[in-house]
Design a protein around this ligand. Structure first.
Ligand code: ADP
Ligand code: MG
Length: 514
Protein backbone atom coordinates (compact mmCIF):
# COMPACT_ATOMS: atom_id res chain seq x y z
CA UNK A 1 0.00 0.00 0.00
CA UNK A 2 1.39 3.43 -0.94
CA UNK A 3 0.48 6.26 1.30
CA UNK A 4 3.04 8.68 -0.07
CA UNK A 5 3.14 10.07 -3.54
CA UNK A 6 5.70 8.36 -5.76
CA UNK A 7 7.74 11.52 -5.98
CA UNK A 8 8.38 11.92 -2.30
CA UNK A 9 11.64 10.74 -0.81
CA UNK A 10 11.84 8.99 2.47
CA UNK A 11 14.86 8.35 4.69
CA UNK A 12 14.41 6.42 7.89
CA UNK A 13 16.15 5.38 11.08
CA UNK A 14 19.89 5.70 11.43
CA UNK A 15 20.27 7.00 7.87
CA UNK A 16 17.95 9.89 8.56
CA UNK A 17 19.77 10.72 11.79
CA UNK A 18 23.16 10.53 10.14
CA UNK A 19 22.32 12.72 7.22
CA UNK A 20 20.69 15.36 9.41
CA UNK A 21 23.57 15.33 11.86
CA UNK A 22 26.11 15.60 9.07
CA UNK A 23 24.34 18.57 7.54
CA UNK A 24 24.08 20.35 10.90
CA UNK A 25 27.72 19.67 11.70
CA UNK A 26 28.85 20.91 8.31
CA UNK A 27 27.12 24.24 8.77
CA UNK A 28 28.59 24.76 12.22
CA UNK A 29 32.02 23.77 10.94
CA UNK A 30 31.82 26.44 8.27
CA UNK A 31 31.85 29.29 10.79
CA UNK A 32 34.34 27.76 13.24
CA UNK A 33 37.39 29.56 11.87
CA UNK A 34 35.78 32.98 12.44
CA UNK A 35 35.55 32.58 16.23
CA UNK A 36 37.44 34.89 18.53
CA UNK A 37 40.01 37.66 18.21
CA UNK A 38 42.09 35.87 15.61
CA UNK A 39 39.08 34.56 13.75
CA UNK A 40 39.29 34.94 9.99
CA UNK A 41 36.76 36.65 7.75
CA UNK A 42 34.72 35.08 5.02
CA UNK A 43 33.99 36.46 1.61
CA UNK A 44 30.56 35.48 0.35
CA UNK A 45 29.61 36.04 -3.24
CA UNK A 46 25.98 35.60 -4.22
CA UNK A 47 24.68 34.54 -7.61
CA UNK A 48 24.39 38.19 -8.64
CA UNK A 49 28.06 38.81 -7.85
CA UNK A 50 27.27 40.81 -4.72
CA UNK A 51 30.11 40.46 -2.24
CA UNK A 52 29.91 40.41 1.56
CA UNK A 53 33.06 40.22 3.67
CA UNK A 54 32.36 39.44 7.29
CA UNK A 55 33.41 37.76 10.49
CA UNK A 56 29.89 37.69 11.86
CA UNK A 57 28.45 34.21 12.31
CA UNK A 58 24.84 35.19 11.83
CA UNK A 59 25.63 37.11 8.64
CA UNK A 60 27.66 34.27 7.16
CA UNK A 61 24.96 31.70 7.81
CA UNK A 62 22.28 34.01 6.49
CA UNK A 63 24.21 34.70 3.28
CA UNK A 64 25.09 31.05 2.68
CA UNK A 65 21.71 30.15 1.28
CA UNK A 66 21.45 26.85 3.09
CA UNK A 67 18.76 24.46 1.93
CA UNK A 68 19.07 21.29 3.98
CA UNK A 69 16.32 21.48 6.63
CA UNK A 70 18.49 20.21 9.49
CA UNK A 71 21.28 22.58 8.52
CA UNK A 72 18.69 25.31 8.42
CA UNK A 73 18.00 24.66 12.11
CA UNK A 74 21.58 25.61 12.94
CA UNK A 75 21.11 28.79 10.94
CA UNK A 76 18.05 29.45 13.08
CA UNK A 77 20.12 28.99 16.23
CA UNK A 78 22.36 31.81 15.05
CA UNK A 79 19.36 33.93 14.08
CA UNK A 80 17.70 33.45 17.47
CA UNK A 81 20.95 34.26 19.20
CA UNK A 82 21.27 37.46 17.14
CA UNK A 83 17.68 38.46 17.81
CA UNK A 84 17.70 37.71 21.53
CA UNK A 85 21.10 38.95 22.67
CA UNK A 86 22.85 40.34 19.59
CA UNK A 87 26.08 38.39 19.91
CA UNK A 88 27.54 34.93 20.39
CA UNK A 89 26.17 33.64 17.11
CA UNK A 90 29.30 31.75 16.13
CA UNK A 91 29.59 30.32 19.62
CA UNK A 92 26.00 29.06 19.56
CA UNK A 93 26.30 27.51 16.10
CA UNK A 94 29.63 25.86 16.90
CA UNK A 95 28.32 24.36 20.15
CA UNK A 96 25.21 23.08 18.37
CA UNK A 97 27.37 21.45 15.70
CA UNK A 98 29.51 19.74 18.29
CA UNK A 99 26.52 18.55 20.27
CA UNK A 100 25.43 16.88 17.05
CA UNK A 101 28.87 15.37 16.49
CA UNK A 102 28.87 13.95 20.01
CA UNK A 103 25.34 12.64 19.50
CA UNK A 104 26.49 10.82 16.39
CA UNK A 105 29.20 9.02 18.39
CA UNK A 106 26.69 8.06 21.07
CA UNK A 107 24.25 6.70 18.51
CA UNK A 108 27.12 4.63 17.11
CA UNK A 109 27.61 3.21 20.60
CA UNK A 110 23.93 2.26 20.66
CA UNK A 111 22.86 4.92 23.08
CA UNK A 112 19.24 5.64 22.23
CA UNK A 113 18.31 9.08 20.91
CA UNK A 114 15.87 9.56 23.81
CA UNK A 115 18.67 8.96 26.29
CA UNK A 116 20.86 11.47 24.50
CA UNK A 117 18.07 14.05 24.57
CA UNK A 118 17.52 13.51 28.29
CA UNK A 119 21.24 13.70 29.01
CA UNK A 120 21.61 16.91 27.02
CA UNK A 121 18.69 18.51 28.82
CA UNK A 122 20.16 17.57 32.17
CA UNK A 123 23.58 18.88 31.13
CA UNK A 124 22.11 22.15 29.83
CA UNK A 125 20.49 22.67 33.23
CA UNK A 126 23.83 22.13 34.98
CA UNK A 127 25.52 24.44 32.46
CA UNK A 128 23.08 27.24 33.25
CA UNK A 129 23.83 26.86 36.95
CA UNK A 130 27.53 27.01 36.17
CA UNK A 131 26.95 30.24 34.24
CA UNK A 132 25.12 31.72 37.24
CA UNK A 133 28.15 30.89 39.35
CA UNK A 134 30.46 32.60 36.87
CA UNK A 135 28.64 35.93 37.09
CA UNK A 136 31.15 38.49 38.30
CA UNK A 137 30.53 40.33 41.51
CA UNK A 138 31.22 43.75 40.05
CA UNK A 139 29.26 46.86 39.29
CA UNK A 140 28.29 47.05 35.64
CA UNK A 141 29.37 50.65 35.13
CA UNK A 142 30.49 52.64 32.11
CA UNK A 143 34.01 51.18 32.11
CA UNK A 144 32.85 47.61 32.43
CA UNK A 145 30.30 48.11 29.65
CA UNK A 146 33.10 49.45 27.48
CA UNK A 147 34.99 46.21 28.14
CA UNK A 148 31.90 44.20 27.18
CA UNK A 149 31.57 46.21 23.97
CA UNK A 150 35.23 45.82 23.14
CA UNK A 151 35.19 42.06 23.77
CA UNK A 152 32.22 41.73 21.42
CA UNK A 153 34.02 43.53 18.61
CA UNK A 154 37.03 41.28 18.83
CA UNK A 155 38.15 39.95 15.50
CA UNK A 156 35.84 42.23 13.55
CA UNK A 157 37.40 44.66 11.16
CA UNK A 158 37.06 48.04 12.84
CA UNK A 159 38.95 49.88 10.13
CA UNK A 160 41.18 52.69 11.34
CA UNK A 161 39.53 52.82 14.75
CA UNK A 162 40.71 50.85 17.72
CA UNK A 163 38.04 48.64 19.26
CA UNK A 164 38.52 50.68 22.44
CA UNK A 165 37.56 53.93 20.70
CA UNK A 166 34.57 52.35 19.05
CA UNK A 167 33.53 50.76 22.36
CA UNK A 168 33.61 54.16 24.03
CA UNK A 169 31.29 55.60 21.35
CA UNK A 170 28.91 52.67 21.71
CA UNK A 171 28.67 52.89 25.50
CA UNK A 172 28.21 56.66 25.38
CA UNK A 173 25.35 56.11 22.92
CA UNK A 174 23.67 53.59 25.23
CA UNK A 175 24.24 55.83 28.27
CA UNK A 176 22.32 58.56 26.45
CA UNK A 177 19.20 56.45 26.06
CA UNK A 178 19.27 54.73 29.44
CA UNK A 179 17.76 55.56 32.76
CA UNK A 180 16.43 53.65 35.75
CA UNK A 181 13.65 52.22 33.62
CA UNK A 182 16.11 50.56 31.30
CA UNK A 183 17.64 51.01 27.88
CA UNK A 184 15.64 52.50 25.00
CA UNK A 185 17.68 50.64 22.42
CA UNK A 186 15.38 51.78 19.59
CA UNK A 187 16.51 55.33 20.17
CA UNK A 188 20.01 54.44 19.02
CA UNK A 189 20.46 54.19 15.29
CA UNK A 190 23.50 53.54 13.18
CA UNK A 191 24.03 55.64 10.07
CA UNK A 192 26.70 54.58 7.63
CA UNK A 193 28.53 56.74 5.17
CA UNK A 194 31.23 55.58 2.80
CA UNK A 195 34.03 57.91 1.86
CA UNK A 196 36.09 58.86 4.85
CA UNK A 197 38.41 56.90 7.03
CA UNK A 198 36.67 55.09 9.85
CA UNK A 199 38.46 57.27 12.41
CA UNK A 200 35.84 59.88 11.53
CA UNK A 201 33.16 57.66 13.08
CA UNK A 202 31.32 59.69 15.64
CA UNK A 203 28.37 59.96 17.95
CA UNK A 204 25.64 62.35 16.87
CA UNK A 205 23.29 63.47 19.62
CA UNK A 206 20.30 63.33 17.37
CA UNK A 207 19.43 61.91 13.99
CA UNK A 208 20.97 61.93 10.53
CA UNK A 209 18.88 62.15 7.36
CA UNK A 210 19.98 62.04 3.76
CA UNK A 211 18.50 65.39 2.75
CA UNK A 212 19.84 68.69 1.46
CA UNK A 213 18.41 72.23 1.48
CA UNK A 214 16.40 73.22 -1.60
CA UNK A 215 18.40 76.37 -2.19
CA UNK A 216 22.14 76.83 -2.01
CA UNK A 217 22.08 80.24 -0.36
CA UNK A 218 20.08 78.92 2.56
CA UNK A 219 21.96 78.75 5.85
CA UNK A 220 23.86 75.46 6.21
CA UNK A 221 23.37 75.50 9.93
CA UNK A 222 20.66 76.84 12.22
CA UNK A 223 20.92 76.95 15.99
CA UNK A 224 17.97 76.84 18.36
CA UNK A 225 15.62 75.95 15.51
CA UNK A 226 11.83 75.92 15.38
CA UNK A 227 10.85 73.20 12.93
CA UNK A 228 7.75 72.63 10.82
CA UNK A 229 6.86 69.46 8.94
CA UNK A 230 4.53 70.34 6.05
CA UNK A 231 2.39 68.04 3.96
CA UNK A 232 1.99 70.87 1.47
CA UNK A 233 3.27 71.40 -2.08
CA UNK A 234 4.93 74.80 -2.15
CA UNK A 235 4.34 75.31 -5.85
CA UNK A 236 1.59 76.46 -8.14
CA UNK A 237 -1.33 74.11 -7.79
CA UNK A 238 -1.22 71.60 -10.63
CA UNK A 239 -4.83 72.24 -11.55
CA UNK A 240 -4.01 75.79 -12.49
CA UNK A 241 -0.91 74.90 -14.45
CA UNK A 242 -2.81 72.47 -16.60
CA UNK A 243 -5.68 74.87 -17.24
CA UNK A 244 -5.52 76.46 -20.59
CA UNK A 245 -5.37 80.16 -20.49
CA UNK A 246 -7.08 81.93 -23.32
CA UNK A 247 -4.32 84.45 -23.51
CA UNK A 248 -4.47 86.81 -26.39
CA UNK A 249 -2.68 89.83 -25.08
CA UNK A 250 0.56 90.48 -23.32
CA UNK A 251 -1.43 92.03 -20.48
CA UNK A 252 -3.34 88.84 -19.89
CA UNK A 253 -0.11 86.85 -19.86
CA UNK A 254 1.35 89.22 -17.34
CA UNK A 255 -1.78 88.97 -15.25
CA UNK A 256 -1.58 85.18 -15.26
CA UNK A 257 2.08 85.26 -14.29
CA UNK A 258 1.34 87.78 -11.59
CA UNK A 259 -1.37 85.53 -10.20
CA UNK A 260 1.11 82.66 -10.04
CA UNK A 261 3.75 84.86 -8.55
CA UNK A 262 1.47 86.13 -5.86
CA UNK A 263 0.22 82.66 -5.00
CA UNK A 264 3.80 81.51 -4.50
CA UNK A 265 4.71 84.63 -2.59
CA UNK A 266 1.69 84.01 -0.40
CA UNK A 267 3.07 80.57 0.56
CA UNK A 268 6.49 81.95 1.27
CA UNK A 269 5.15 84.84 3.34
CA UNK A 270 2.90 82.59 5.37
CA UNK A 271 5.92 80.50 6.26
CA UNK A 272 8.24 83.41 6.91
CA UNK A 273 5.61 85.19 9.03
CA UNK A 274 5.04 82.13 11.19
CA UNK A 275 8.56 82.57 12.54
CA UNK A 276 9.60 79.01 11.79
CA UNK A 277 13.31 78.49 11.12
CA UNK A 278 13.37 75.17 9.34
CA UNK A 279 10.78 73.52 7.10
CA UNK A 280 10.66 69.89 6.05
CA UNK A 281 8.04 69.30 3.40
CA UNK A 282 6.87 65.99 2.05
CA UNK A 283 6.17 67.57 -1.33
CA UNK A 284 7.92 69.83 -3.86
CA UNK A 285 9.04 73.41 -3.45
CA UNK A 286 9.00 75.89 -6.33
CA UNK A 287 12.32 77.65 -6.98
CA UNK A 288 10.72 81.04 -6.44
CA UNK A 289 9.40 80.02 -3.02
CA UNK A 290 12.81 78.61 -2.24
CA UNK A 291 14.68 81.74 -3.16
CA UNK A 292 12.25 83.97 -1.30
CA UNK A 293 12.61 81.83 1.84
CA UNK A 294 16.38 81.74 1.39
CA UNK A 295 16.25 85.54 1.54
CA UNK A 296 14.38 85.25 4.83
CA UNK A 297 17.02 82.81 6.17
CA UNK A 298 14.52 79.97 6.39
CA UNK A 299 16.04 76.55 5.79
CA UNK A 300 13.84 74.34 3.60
CA UNK A 301 14.07 70.66 2.69
CA UNK A 302 11.71 69.09 0.17
CA UNK A 303 10.44 65.61 -0.77
CA UNK A 304 11.09 64.11 2.63
CA UNK A 305 10.32 60.40 2.67
CA UNK A 306 7.92 58.98 5.20
CA UNK A 307 10.52 57.25 7.35
CA UNK A 308 12.59 60.43 7.64
CA UNK A 309 9.42 62.37 8.45
CA UNK A 310 8.73 59.91 11.23
CA UNK A 311 12.15 60.22 12.77
CA UNK A 312 12.23 64.00 12.43
CA UNK A 313 8.82 64.21 14.07
CA UNK A 314 9.75 61.90 16.91
CA UNK A 315 13.10 63.60 17.53
CA UNK A 316 11.89 67.20 17.44
CA UNK A 317 8.27 66.89 18.53
CA UNK A 318 7.02 68.54 15.34
CA UNK A 319 3.47 67.63 14.23
CA UNK A 320 2.66 67.30 10.55
CA UNK A 321 0.84 70.31 9.18
CA UNK A 322 -1.57 69.81 6.29
CA UNK A 323 -2.27 73.40 5.26
CA UNK A 324 -0.54 76.75 5.36
CA UNK A 325 -3.74 78.33 6.66
CA UNK A 326 -3.01 77.40 10.20
CA UNK A 327 0.71 77.48 10.70
CA UNK A 328 0.60 77.28 14.44
CA UNK A 329 3.73 77.44 16.57
CA UNK A 330 2.07 74.76 18.71
CA UNK A 331 2.77 72.26 15.95
CA UNK A 332 6.40 73.21 15.56
CA UNK A 333 9.17 71.02 16.83
CA UNK A 334 12.48 72.16 18.18
CA UNK A 335 16.14 71.23 17.94
CA UNK A 336 19.31 72.77 19.29
CA UNK A 337 20.99 72.60 15.93
CA UNK A 338 20.29 71.59 12.37
CA UNK A 339 23.18 71.46 9.95
CA UNK A 340 23.89 70.07 6.55
CA UNK A 341 27.29 68.78 5.64
CA UNK A 342 28.67 67.41 2.42
CA UNK A 343 30.31 63.97 2.38
CA UNK A 344 31.68 63.13 -1.03
CA UNK A 345 28.65 63.29 -3.27
CA UNK A 346 26.11 63.18 -0.47
CA UNK A 347 24.62 65.96 1.59
CA UNK A 348 23.58 64.81 5.02
CA UNK A 349 21.53 66.72 7.52
CA UNK A 350 22.15 66.37 11.24
CA UNK A 351 19.33 67.22 13.60
CA UNK A 352 20.83 67.52 17.04
CA UNK A 353 19.36 68.12 20.46
CA UNK A 354 15.76 67.50 19.45
CA UNK A 355 13.33 68.42 22.21
CA UNK A 356 11.12 65.34 22.07
CA UNK A 357 13.42 62.32 22.09
CA UNK A 358 16.89 61.57 23.25
CA UNK A 359 17.66 59.76 20.02
CA UNK A 360 21.31 59.31 19.18
CA UNK A 361 23.04 58.10 16.05
CA UNK A 362 26.34 56.33 15.74
CA UNK A 363 27.64 57.86 12.55
CA UNK A 364 29.85 55.21 11.03
CA UNK A 365 32.30 56.10 8.32
CA UNK A 366 34.83 54.06 6.43
CA UNK A 367 36.81 54.03 3.25
CA UNK A 368 34.83 51.41 1.38
CA UNK A 369 31.40 49.83 1.36
CA UNK A 370 32.83 46.60 2.83
CA UNK A 371 34.59 48.35 5.69
CA UNK A 372 31.46 50.32 6.49
CA UNK A 373 29.18 47.28 6.35
CA UNK A 374 31.38 45.27 8.71
CA UNK A 375 31.72 48.26 11.02
CA UNK A 376 27.95 48.59 11.06
CA UNK A 377 27.60 44.93 12.11
CA UNK A 378 30.32 45.31 14.76
CA UNK A 379 28.66 48.43 16.17
CA UNK A 380 25.24 46.73 16.04
CA UNK A 381 26.57 43.73 18.02
CA UNK A 382 28.30 46.00 20.50
CA UNK A 383 25.15 48.09 21.06
CA UNK A 384 23.18 44.90 21.65
CA UNK A 385 25.62 43.37 24.14
CA UNK A 386 25.93 46.61 26.05
CA UNK A 387 22.14 46.74 26.24
CA UNK A 388 22.03 43.09 27.33
CA UNK A 389 24.72 43.57 29.98
CA UNK A 390 23.21 46.81 31.25
CA UNK A 391 19.70 45.38 31.50
CA UNK A 392 20.70 42.26 33.43
CA UNK A 393 23.76 43.66 35.16
CA UNK A 394 25.45 40.30 34.71
CA UNK A 395 28.72 39.58 32.99
CA UNK A 396 30.95 36.52 32.93
CA UNK A 397 34.62 36.05 32.04
CA UNK A 398 35.29 35.60 28.32
CA UNK A 399 38.17 34.10 26.35
CA UNK A 400 36.89 30.58 26.96
CA UNK A 401 37.06 30.80 30.76
CA UNK A 402 33.31 30.44 31.22
CA UNK A 403 33.21 27.44 28.93
CA UNK A 404 36.07 25.75 30.81
CA UNK A 405 34.12 26.27 34.03
CA UNK A 406 30.88 25.02 32.50
CA UNK A 407 32.46 21.87 31.10
CA UNK A 408 34.20 21.21 34.41
CA UNK A 409 30.95 21.51 36.35
CA UNK A 410 28.97 19.36 33.93
CA UNK A 411 31.65 16.66 34.05
CA UNK A 412 31.80 16.58 37.81
CA UNK A 413 28.03 16.32 38.13
CA UNK A 414 27.91 13.65 35.42
CA UNK A 415 29.61 11.26 37.82
CA UNK A 416 26.45 11.18 39.91
CA UNK A 417 24.15 10.38 37.00
CA UNK A 418 23.10 6.79 36.47
CA UNK A 419 23.21 4.69 33.35
CA UNK A 420 23.89 5.64 29.78
CA UNK A 421 22.54 9.11 30.36
CA UNK A 422 25.86 9.81 32.04
CA UNK A 423 27.57 9.31 28.70
CA UNK A 424 25.37 11.97 27.14
CA UNK A 425 26.04 14.42 29.95
CA UNK A 426 29.77 13.91 29.53
CA UNK A 427 29.42 14.31 25.79
CA UNK A 428 27.75 17.68 26.39
CA UNK A 429 30.79 18.81 28.36
CA UNK A 430 33.06 17.72 25.52
CA UNK A 431 30.95 19.76 23.10
CA UNK A 432 31.31 22.87 25.26
CA UNK A 433 35.08 22.39 25.19
CA UNK A 434 34.99 23.20 21.51
CA UNK A 435 34.91 26.93 22.31
CA UNK A 436 38.28 27.14 24.11
CA UNK A 437 39.65 24.56 21.67
CA UNK A 438 38.61 26.67 18.71
CA UNK A 439 39.88 29.90 20.27
CA UNK A 440 43.22 28.08 20.61
CA UNK A 441 43.37 26.68 17.11
CA UNK A 442 42.33 30.00 15.59
CA UNK A 443 45.37 31.57 17.24
CA UNK A 444 47.58 28.81 15.89
CA UNK A 445 47.99 26.97 19.15
CA UNK A 446 47.53 23.29 19.64
CA UNK A 447 43.93 22.85 20.78
CA UNK A 448 44.54 19.80 22.94
CA UNK A 449 47.56 21.22 24.74
CA UNK A 450 45.72 24.47 25.31
CA UNK A 451 42.72 22.67 26.72
CA UNK A 452 44.91 20.74 29.13
CA UNK A 453 46.69 23.92 30.21
CA UNK A 454 43.42 25.80 30.61
CA UNK A 455 41.91 23.07 32.75
CA UNK A 456 44.99 22.94 34.95
CA UNK A 457 44.92 26.73 35.38
CA UNK A 458 41.19 26.63 36.09
CA UNK A 459 41.86 24.00 38.74
CA UNK A 460 44.62 25.95 40.45
CA UNK A 461 43.73 29.62 39.81
CA UNK A 462 39.98 29.61 39.37
CA UNK A 463 39.43 31.68 36.25
CA UNK A 464 41.45 30.79 33.19
CA UNK A 465 41.00 31.96 29.63
CA UNK A 466 43.11 32.04 26.52
CA UNK A 467 43.97 35.72 26.38
CA UNK A 468 44.80 36.95 22.93
CA UNK A 469 46.53 40.29 22.94
CA UNK A 470 47.98 41.99 19.94
CA UNK A 471 51.31 40.19 20.23
CA UNK A 472 50.86 37.16 22.38
CA UNK A 473 48.56 34.47 23.62
CA UNK A 474 48.60 33.66 27.33
CA UNK A 475 46.56 31.73 29.83
CA UNK A 476 45.36 34.04 32.55
CA UNK A 477 42.30 35.56 34.23
CA UNK A 478 40.35 37.25 31.39
CA UNK A 479 38.72 39.71 33.79
CA UNK A 480 42.10 41.29 34.44
CA UNK A 481 42.35 41.98 30.71
CA UNK A 482 38.84 43.34 30.42
CA UNK A 483 37.61 40.35 28.42
CA UNK A 484 34.04 39.87 29.61
CA UNK A 485 30.81 38.78 27.92
CA UNK A 486 27.19 39.27 29.03
CA UNK A 487 25.96 36.24 30.98
CA UNK A 488 22.84 36.19 28.81
CA UNK A 489 24.92 35.65 25.68
CA UNK A 490 26.31 32.44 27.20
CA UNK A 491 22.93 31.33 28.53
CA UNK A 492 21.23 31.83 25.21
CA UNK A 493 24.03 30.02 23.35
CA UNK A 494 23.82 26.95 25.60
CA UNK A 495 20.04 26.84 25.54
CA UNK A 496 19.46 27.34 21.85
CA UNK A 497 22.32 25.03 20.83
CA UNK A 498 20.99 22.26 23.09
CA UNK A 499 17.49 22.77 21.80
CA UNK A 500 18.46 22.54 18.14
CA UNK A 501 20.77 19.56 18.66
CA UNK A 502 18.18 17.56 20.57
CA UNK A 503 15.53 18.40 18.04
CA UNK A 504 17.71 17.17 15.18
CA UNK A 505 18.87 14.04 17.04
CA UNK A 506 15.30 13.00 17.77
CA UNK A 507 14.30 12.87 14.10
CA UNK A 508 14.44 9.37 12.64
CA UNK A 509 12.20 9.75 9.65
CA UNK A 510 12.52 12.32 6.91
CA UNK A 511 9.79 12.50 4.33
CA UNK A 512 10.44 15.03 1.61
CA UNK A 513 7.91 15.90 -1.03
CA UNK A 514 9.48 16.64 -4.38
P1 ADP B 1 30.58 35.10 18.47
O1 ADP B 1 29.87 35.19 17.16
O2 ADP B 1 30.28 33.81 19.15
O3 ADP B 1 30.36 36.28 19.33
P2 ADP B 1 33.26 36.06 18.20
O4 ADP B 1 34.13 35.88 17.00
O5 ADP B 1 32.72 37.41 18.46
O6 ADP B 1 32.12 35.01 18.10
O7 ADP B 1 34.12 35.58 19.45
C1 ADP B 1 33.62 35.63 20.75
C2 ADP B 1 34.55 34.98 21.73
O8 ADP B 1 35.83 35.62 21.74
C3 ADP B 1 33.99 35.06 23.13
O9 ADP B 1 34.11 33.81 23.74
C4 ADP B 1 34.92 36.10 23.80
O10 ADP B 1 35.03 35.90 25.19
C5 ADP B 1 36.21 35.83 23.10
N1 ADP B 1 37.17 36.94 23.19
C6 ADP B 1 36.93 38.25 23.04
N2 ADP B 1 38.07 38.97 23.17
C7 ADP B 1 39.06 38.09 23.41
C8 ADP B 1 40.47 38.19 23.65
N3 ADP B 1 41.11 39.36 23.64
N4 ADP B 1 41.15 37.05 23.87
C9 ADP B 1 40.53 35.87 23.86
N5 ADP B 1 39.22 35.69 23.63
C10 ADP B 1 38.48 36.79 23.42
MG1 MG C 1 30.93 38.26 18.93
Amino acid sequence: MFILSEDSQRTEGRDAQSSNIMAGKAVAESVRTTLGPRGMDKMLVDSGGEVVITNDGATILEEMDIEHPAAQMIVEVAETQEAEVGDGTTTAAVIAGNLLGEAEDLLDQDVHATTIVEGYHEAARIALEAIDDQVLDVEVDHDLLAEVAESSMTGKGTGGLTPAELAETVVTAIDHVSDDDGVRRDDVSVYTQVGASSSATDLVEGIVVDEEPVHETMPSSVEDADIAILDVALEVRTGEVDAEYAIDSIDQLNAALDAEESELRGYAEAIADSGVDVVFTTDDVDDRVASYLAGEDVLVYEDIGSSDVKSIASATGARRIGTLDDLDAEDFGHAERIRTERFGDDDLTFIEGGQAAEAVTVFVRGGTEHVVDELERAVGDALDVVETARESGEVVPGAGASEIAIADRVRSEAAGIEGRKQLAVNAFADAIDVIPRTLASNTGRDPIDSLVDLRAAHESEGRAGLITDREEVTIDDPVEYGIVDPADVKREAVESAAEAATMIARIDDVIAAE
